[in-house]
Design a protein around this ligand. Structure first.
Ligand code: SF4
Ligand code: SF4
Length: 105
């Protein structure tokens, strides 16, 4: 079996204040971003009008965060722990069932 080149992540680490990061913020393992709730800094929130939604799934297809899930055969739900409020889902929805509203904290 051919030997694979492995990255020594330990040698890439440096400290910024008390936070230790890898050079270029390289991720050391897959799935590690699930611990970072990117929804914390969202300024806009997608709101789905379920009366208008036709269940096409375009929002689910285009969401770059993968934070939209199928609730039932025709409805889709946003996980706000990870939604960053980019508005791509609202832009792609063919029946304009998603409105982006200002987030209230
Ligand atoms: S606003 Fe962006 S991140 Fe949030 S659900 Fe829509 S596409 Fe996904
Ligand atoms: S893109 Fe619009 S119509 Fe299609 S599932 Fe999403 S909210 Fe519903």
């Amino acid at each position: 079996m051919k030997k694979q080149n492995r990255i020594d992540y330990g040698s890439l680490k440096s400290k910024i204040g008390s936070v230790e990061i890898t050079t270029g913020a390289v991720l050391e393992s897959n799935g590690s971003t699930s611990k970072t709730k990117t929804g914390a800094w969202r300024s806009l929130r997608p709101v789905v009008d379920e009366k208008k939604c036709i269940g096409c799934g375009m929002c689910w297809t285009y969401c770059p965060e993968g934070c939209i899930t199928k609730k039932d055969a025709k409805k889709f739900e946003v996980n706000f722990d990870y939604c960053k409020g980019c508005g791509i889902c609202a832009n792609e929805c063919p029946v304009k069932a998603i409105a982006m509203v200002v987030e209230e904290k």
